[in-house]
Ligand binder design. Structure first.
Ligand code: NI
Length: 151
């Protein structure tokens, strides 16, 4: 396994739309494993492939319930609203208040290519929306109010 460099600010494709993964290859599995290792190393709760310079629709999340990897994730249902502080591994030290859906249902493929559905509220719902935004080139700074440095 390997730890990737995390792309910072708005550089190297962080503003681009990522491509659908049409085939689960060994390279995609390796990407997922390395993204998880990179996320844990950076003490984050989520990471999207464009943040490691790969413009493919792959996200990883761990909000304390174990590792979750999703390929081609799509929000299929959502409800409620919740505002909370949020940050991003591509913007170290920066936080802002972001209003997101309070509950989401996300459909995607797991690392074996099996279709899975993930439902979550709270931090999991927030992380899913944040990481899926990355796949569209949308960053939390676009949605955040009261952006500030956390000292
Ligand atoms: Ni982020």
């Amino acid at each position: 396994m390997a730890i990737y460099n995390i792309v910072k600010d708005e550089k190297e494709g962080l503003r681009e739309k990522s491509k659908i993964v049409s085939k689960i290859t060994p390279n995609i599995k390796k990407l997922i494993d390395n993204m998880l290792e990179t996320m844990y190393d950076a003490k984050g709760v989520g990471l999207a492939a464009p943040q490691v310079g790969v413009l493919k629709r792959v996200i990883v999340i761990d909000v304390g319930e174990g590792p979750l990897a999703l390929i081609n994730p799509e929000i299929v249902e959502a409800s409620g609203e919740e505002t909370d502080y949020e940050g991003c591994l591509s913007f170290p030290g920066l936080i802002g208040e972001v209003t997101r859906k309070a509950w989401v249902k996300v459909k995607g493929l797991d690392r074996d290519g099996k279709t899975i559905t993930v439902e979550g509220e709270g931090l999991l719902a927030r992380a899913l929306q944040h990481e899926i935004d990355h796949l569209e080139g949308i960053l939390f700074i676009d949605r955040a109010k009261n952006l500030r440095r956390q000292d």
